[in-house]
Design a protein around this ligand. Structure first.
Ligand code: CP
Length: 298
């Protein structure tokens, strides 16, 4: 009988809060020791990206390379998915070639949860509108790096909350850590999170230690028309608004930024805007995630 492998599909797959500290410690170690490791030269990880990605795809690849993990990449558009092969049959085919884990991006909220019984480990690289747990962890690592703590914080999340898997995973993670989470969005992007307060942007900027602006997920709601200037005025970060944030506060955005809608171009290089630091920090954090999965520590 094969033992079932561990998966990282949801924030709730982090079974104990001490695992969060374990992942952060590993990420700190990998950030300080960025050289190649040959630890996993006998391991294979397959990449199945069924939605577009730049940051998540490439940073998971760099993370694999630094750990010495071999990469198998499925070019979805030229794969047998196009002939109607199922996800399960595809995974079993890739497993038969020796894959130890699969890193998957999908528009389907439940695809990965519905395949928890497969033999290789599943790592969620973003699923539908529900879950992007590695993004929440790399955001947390950025918070740790910038503020030197991850608790007793107020986290403000601004924008397209309804369609954002980044919002959903960050909310779960920060509630688990006991942080205060406050939300701001136009009514048509509201999503009800029990006990979470919606407030206006000025209030968020004044109160928060961390402000996460979200990308408007235009591809997920073709029926909503956004007046871009109005949106920037009410819900975006501008040079006037950035003066309201606390001296120590950091501004995050998962990327890609819709310039001039969520954040105006002239503040992207402001020292408290940490978007490219998030990208840099994504590599050690994703090394930590892969290392933990391959060590079966999830
Ligand atoms: N943050 C994020 O998931 O970016 P990509 O879509 O470029 O991977």
């Amino acid at each position: 009988m094969k033992l079932q492998k561990s998966h990282f599909i949801e924030i709730s797959d982090i079974k104990h809060s001490y695992m969060i500290n374990g992942l952060l410690l590993k990420a700190i170690f990998f950030a300080k020791n960025p050289n190649q490791f040959e630890k996993y030269s006998d391991k294979f990880i397959a990449f199945l990206f069924m939605e577009a990605s730049t940051r998540t795809n490439l940073s998971f690849k760099v993370a694999c390379q630094r750990l010495g993990v071999n990469i198998l990449e499925l070019d979805i558009k030229h794969s047998s998915f196009e002939k109607g092969e199922t996800f399960r049959d595809t995974v079993e085919t890739i497993e038969a070639m020796g894959a130890d884990a699969l890193i998957v991006r999908t528009s389907d909220d439940q695809l990965l949860n519905n395949h928890r019984d497969i033999n290789s480990s599943l790592i969620n690289a973003g699923s539908g509108i529900t879950s992007h747990p590695s993004q929440a962890l790399l955001d947390l690592f950025t918070i740790q790096t910038e503020l030197n703590r991850i608790d007793k914080l107020t986290i403000a999340i601004i924008g397209d909350i309804e369609h954002s898997r980044v919002a959903s995973s960050n909310i779960k993670l920060h509630l688990e850590l006991g942080n205060e989470v406050i939300l701001c969005s136009p009514e048509f992007f509201n999503k009800s999170y029990e006990e979470l307060e919606y407030t206006d942007l000025d209030d968020c900027l004044k109160r928060a230690d961390v402000v996460i602006f979200l990308r408007i997920q235009f591809e997920r709601h073709s029926n909503i028309t956004i007046n871009k200037d109005e949106y920037l005025e009410k819900y975006g970060l501008t040079s006037n608004r950035i003066n309201q944030i606390k001296d120590h506060a950091v501004i995050l955005h998962p990327g890609p930024v819709n310039r001039g809608i969520e954040i105006s171009s002239d503040v992207l290089n402001h020292p408290q805007v940490k978007i490219l630091d998030q990208v840099k920090n994504s590599i050690p954090m994703r090394m930590a995630i892969i290392d933990s999965i391959l060590e079966e520590k999830f």
